[in-house]
Write a protein that binds this ligand. Structure first.
Ligand code: DC
Length: 227
């Protein structure tokens, strides 16, 4: 399929496998845009939290999703900066409470459909790498390139602790590991669009690879399809 701006590349996988780091770097190298779909779920979670909506209330979560207005602005580093109802939420979306609530609100199929439409609209012209849980299976099943990243929960917890340390935040390894496992379980066992690799996805286990090696493998794969 030919799209005006290039291919659609889907990168899916569990939390903490490096999807964002790798996707952003590959997009920058190729002149593509990069969209982190978790950001939309986190924005919904943030609203649900701020409005004191029960994350288990299907109707209220759907109404909140429908009311959200997203705008994306491409940055020099390839990321699509997301404005929610005109506001850039930045670090507020990185809190662990927001991530856990995102994992909960994302179990509702109707709310997912609303956010899926917004992502399709943002990516329809191609030239984009989209990262998430169901990008290759549901959001863009016709993506030209599908990558599925995985790593053991222990490796991912370790990376997260180091990442937080770099930001000057001290974190408890056991608590982070438990949180990662809890999200993995919920994300992969939910009825609506559970996390799973698309049949035609290229699977990469990043446990024993460094960032540069994964970025290189992903860029190589995209270039092969673009040729
Ligand atoms: O990738 P992330 O940590 O920012 O995602 C936060 C949560 O959002 C994740 O635990 C599950 C949900 N999510 C989803 O259900 N589908 C996606 N495509 C992306 C994220």
């Amino acid at each position: 399929m030919s799209r005006p701006n290039g291919l659609i590349v889907a990168i899916d996988g569990t939390a903490g496998t490096g999807k964002s780091t790798v996707g952003r770097a590959a997009a920058e190298a190729l002149g593509y845009s990069f969209l982190s779909s978790g950001g939309l779920y986190r924005a919904l979670a943030y609203t649900v939290f701020a409005k004191k909506i029960n994350p288990a209330d299907t109707e209220a979560v759907l109404a909140a999703a429908q009311a959200l207005q997203f705008r994306f602005e491409r940055q020099a580093d390839a990321t699509l900066k997301m404005f929610v109802d005109g506001e850039y939420l930045g670090n507020k979306l990185q809190l662990d409470e927001v991530a856990q609530t995102a994992s909960k609100v994302s179990t509702h199929a109707a709310a997912r459909a609303v956010l899926t439409d917004k992502m399709r609209e943002a990516g329809k012209d191609g030239g984009i790498i989209v990262e998430g849980r169901d990008i290759g299976t549901v959001v863009f099943p016709d993506a030209e390139v599908k990558i599925y990243l995985d790593a053991t929960a222990e490796v991912r917890a370790d990376r997260r602790v180091k990442q937080l340390a770099e930001q000057g935040v001290s974190a408890d390894y056991d608590r982070i590991l438990a949180s990662i496992k809890e999200r993995d379980l919920r994300d992969s066992t939910r009825a609506a669009s559970p996390l799973k690799a698309a049949q035609d996805a290229i699977k990469i286990d990043t446990s024993s690879l460094n960032k540069e090696q994964v970025i290189e493998a992903v860029i190589k794969e995209i270039k092969q399809h673009a040729a």
